[in-house]
Design a protein around this ligand. Sequence first.
Ligand code: NAI
Ligand code: 13P
Length: 316
Amino acid sequence: AVLGDAGTTVRMWARRQEVVDQINTERVNRDYQPDLVLPDNVSATTDPAEAVEGAQIVVLSVPSQKLRENLVHWADLIPRDAAVVSLMKGVELGTTKRMSEVIAEVGKVEPERIAVLSGPNLSPEIAAKQPAASVVACLDHAVAEMVADACAAPYFRPYTATDVIGTELGGAVKNVVALAAGMAEGMGMGDNSKASIITRGLAETTRLGVALGADPATFSGLAGVGDLIATCMSPLSRNRTFGVNLGKGMTVEEVIAVTKQTAEGVKSCEAILDLARHHGVDVPIIENVAAVVHDGRTPEEVVRALMARRLKAEKH
Ligand SMILES: NC(=O)C1=CN([C@@H]2O[C@H](COP(=O)(O)OP(=O)(O)OC[C@H]3O[C@@H](n4cnc5c(N)ncnc54)[C@H](O)[C@@H]3O)[C@@H](O)[C@H]2O)C=CC1
Ligand SMILES: O=C(CO)COP(=O)(O)O
């Protein structure tokens, strides 16, 4: 819808024929955004070859852990001169690769053609065409500008950048911090607790980003603190909501059973923790979220552990 409203012709790929038919005939996707009427220049197909044929920009957005298995089928179809844009906010389990790295590896796309888009962009608000800003980052700034031009709509303002690592990492780590903020909310804590989590979560994100080669300034921007605030504070966030349910005492299995959409942080927290350990970066909030989600610790136990840490100077 954003691309279409920006005047860009869009051919979407979907797996199910009934979803494609609904989009092409009624211009809606009832399961995901029932109130959003897609613009006329957006169409859909179940055939990936038809979707990408002649495309100048290929936008990839599936759950992060499913990118690799999908990309295997798309790699040879992607036009060799197209920009490939990732909207995904996760890190791959096992490999600890960011989505742009998976795209380069499996899609055989040169890094100069890979762009990532990230920012405070909760989808129900975007669908309601409420004004929002975002960041498109690509090693080749001209490619970032081309993608920004293609998606600049009256309600959607993309800024450009060249820090792919920072932009991508900001989007992935904020989901884990939002799980923690959600747990605090679910346990009945107020704004001091959540602001403390957000701020120290940003410190962890920045530390890890710098170790990976990101520009620390990126984390003060839309893809850093911008998305972190939106996701940690909004009841629309799936990651925060997942955390709220954990904080209220539901088990991980119970929360998964009631979660219909992707909450990337649930799986990515382990991959991000692996990445941090590999680079020798201290990430206590991420570590404790992973302990709740994957090791059976309770939110109460990890709050006690975080508050009992050795006192230290406040620095990133
Ligand atoms: N929803 C949001 O507000 C935002 C989401 N994102 C990111 O976009 C990415 C996608 O998330 P959403 O679209 O929101 O998730 P979603 O859960 O709403 O939708 C996921 C889509 O992927 C499809 N899908 C599920 N499993 C698949 C598979 N194995 N192969 C192919 N397709 C599959 C589903 O049918 C659905 O169309 C995530 O990385 C998320 O972090 C980024 C910004 C905002
Ligand atoms: O990335 C998002 C907002 O920018 C969406 O967050 P959730 O995946 O937690 O809903």
